[in-house]
Design a protein around this ligand. Structure first.
Ligand code: BGC
Ligand code: BGC
Length: 589
């Protein structure tokens, strides 16, 4: 078993130059290629000198557990080490709220909840736990943290952002990145840049991409769209986290699917090469997003040439890797991409691999498999849940709830691990149900109450007498990326009806909102005595009960404003409205 220490020793430039001298063009282009694991066997990955393998959202082995993950990843590394130059591969995955693809791993609140904690030390500890669970499975490359600054909550990726506020994003993302990298996992700072600054309705579709999920006429409208903003807005709102991350030691940056001023980010030489690598001095490697190179042009070669010349160092192909390799090889042979550009890309990739210590310790820490989803790791997540809760209303001191009173609990998310985890949980989109071990909100509530707890999802209770307390858990069902783009963020009619029904059944009513973004809550808010925004808390539902019953105080502060109506969306519209937000950024009782 390999043990792994933090290797921040300066990369050995001489060793890397010697390698580059010896490498054939095929070996170099192989390093620049990242392939999705179902599209390539370990043997093929060695044959093509593939530099990196990834699991996409839900890219799990069968059975899905930490041990089979470790074996799956190990196989790619073992074959990489049999190649002529024995250059290690690096395996990547989206550990965006814990090692969230793995059944049994601890799942933390999504970033939107972490934004409300405002706790930089906690970010470092969460990232350290995530890194250890990743390393247990030999994964050294985490496509996190997102440093997006979402300006329009209709975006289906809003919850991946810490805040609508640039300074808060930077403050939390940097310790998160450090927590990963101090524990020998490469962080990917994403998505460069202004993924959160696109305009509603500006998303393009790519008819030439068969099988692409962006088919004409689908419902998403803003994800992967166009940031129609000038350079001063780009520089003040969206670029600062990248500068700060680079100054703090970022080694990998992922380019955004979106466009800036009508040009795809993957084709933006000015921003990738001049600003990021030049002005900001970024020495690490830049990676594409999933199939994003294929979106640039109907002509694949044009997309490859444009993006590599723009400064892309590694391409998340992720499927047709032979096409990518052949296309780039021909482009180099035809002089359309210079060998200096290829060498620069390879140098950056090898430098990061050396910096991570992969040449000496190519494997992770399989000895840590028993700690995946351990009580110790779950305690950190439970703390994060507690600190992420934002109390928006508390009339008549409804909270904390006394433990000796009977309680009615309702709502589809009250007893549902999948709903409280949201997207990027076991599967790409996430799904309702008992998807992975954890504690539901209801279990947490039951643990705290010394009287009867009656639970019915639809709020159908028989007693003719009013209960002392009711807790109703409303909100959103899981989604990821553009499939979560939504024009109307009003609380659903079913949830409004449920809150009304519960209001009639209880003396005091506590509403808990499980959602990936602020919703329009004006209809239900007046019906509640207490109202708690709980975001997407992850597997540790007791964290909610810890605070509802007063074991811990509410400390969370809004990292996103709650608009009064859809007229106050996006953020620009809210900022221009003299009425102000329903609950402004920073609010929390
Ligand atoms: C993958 C995701 C990826 C998405 C992009 C999905 O099939 O599982 O990881 O982000 O495709 O379209
Ligand atoms: C997403 C990225 C993710 C990648 C790999 C893409 O669709 O935009 O955030 O890292 O897939 O799953």
């Amino acid at each position: 078993m390999q043990s792994s220490t933090i290797t921040s020793a300066p990369s050995s430039e001489a060793r890397i130059e010697a390698l580059i001298q010896q490498m054939t063009l095929a070996e170099k282009i192989g390093q620049m290629t990242q392939v999705e694991k179902n599209s390539i066997t370990p043997e093929e990955s060695a044959e093509y000198f593939i530099g990196s393998i990834l699991s996409g959202g839900g890219g799990n082995p069968t059975p899905n557990n930490a041990a089979s993950w470790a074996a799956m990843v190990r196989a790619y590394q073992e074959t990489a080490l049999t190649t002529r130059l024995r250059i290690p591969t690096i395996y990547g995955s989206d550990g965006v709220h814990g090692h969230n693809n793995v059944h049994g791993a601890v799942i933390f609140p999504h970033n939107i909840g972490l934004g409300a904690t405002r706790d930089t030390d906690l970010m470092r500890r969460i990232a350290a736990v995530t890194a250890r669970e990743l390393l247990a499975t030999n994964v050294h490359f985490d496509f996190a943290p997102a440093v997006t600054v979402p300006q329009d909550i209709r975006w289906g990726r809003t919850y991946e952002g810490f805040s609508e506020n640039t300074a808060l994003v930077t403050e939390l993302a940097i310790p998160f990145m450090l927590g990963l990298q101090e524990n020998n996992v490469l962080a990917s700072i994403k998505h460069f840049v202004a993924d959160g600054g696109t305009t509603w309705g500006s998303t393009s579709t790519y008819e030439w991409l068969t099988g692409n999920w962006q088919t004409p006429g689908d419902t998403h409208k803003i994800d992967q769209g166009d940031a129609q903003i000038d350079e001063s807005v780009l520089r003040s709102i969206h670029l600062p986290p990248y500068k700060a991350a680079i100054d703090a030691g970022a080694q990998n940056i992922m380019v955004s699917f979106s466009s800036w001023q009508g040009v795809k980010m993957h084709a933006q030489r000015y921003l990738i090469t001049d600003v990021l690598k030049g002005e900001f001095g970024f020495q690490g490697f830049v990676i594409s997003d999933w199939m994003a190179v294929s979106q640039i042009s109907q002509n694949y070669a044009t997309g490859v040439i444009t993006s590599i010349n723009a400064g892309l160092d590694m391409v998340m192909v992720p499927y047709a890797y032979k096409d990518f390799i052949n296309t780039l090889t021909e482009a180099v042979q035809a002089g359309e991409v210079s060998i200096e550009r290829i060498d620069d890309a390879v140098r950056r990739i090898l430098r990061v691999k050396a910096w991570l210590g992969l040449f000496d310790q190519p494997f992770g820490r399989e000895d840590l498999i028993p700690s995946v989803g351990s009580a110790e790791h779950r305690a950190v997540a439970r703390e994060a849940v507690r600190k992420s809760l934002v109390l928006l209303k508390n009339e008549g001191a409804a909270l904390p709830i006394p433990r000796h009173l009977p309680i009615l609990v309702a709502g589809q998310a009250a007893d549902n691990i999948g709903l409280q985890c949201g997207g990027w949980s076991i599967t790409w989109q996430g799904e309702p149900g008992s998807t992975t071990p954890g504690t539901s909100l209801l279990e947490g509530i039951r643990d705290n109450v010394d009287a009867a707890v009656d639970h019915n999802t639809d709020g159908q209770f028989s007693s003719s007498e009013k209960a002392a307390y009711g807790i109703v858990v409303i909100g959103e069902t899981p989604y990821a990326e553009g499939l979560g783009d939504k024009a109307d963020l009003s609380v659903s009619a079913e949830d409004v009806a449920l809150v009304q029904r519960m209001r009639a059944l209880c003396e005091k009513l506590v509403v808990v909102l499980i959602s990936g973004r602020p919703l329009i809550i004006t209809e239900v808010l007046p019906l509640a005595d207490a109202f708690v925004a709980a975001w997407l808390p992850g597997t540790e539902g007791q964290g909610v009960a810890d605070v509802l019953f007063g074991d811990y105080p509410f400390t969370g502060k809004l990292a996103f404003s709650f608009p009064r109506s859809m007229d106050q969306v996006p953020l620009d519209a809210l900022n221009q409205d003299a009425n102000g937000a329903l609950f402004p950024f920073g609010f929390g009782l």
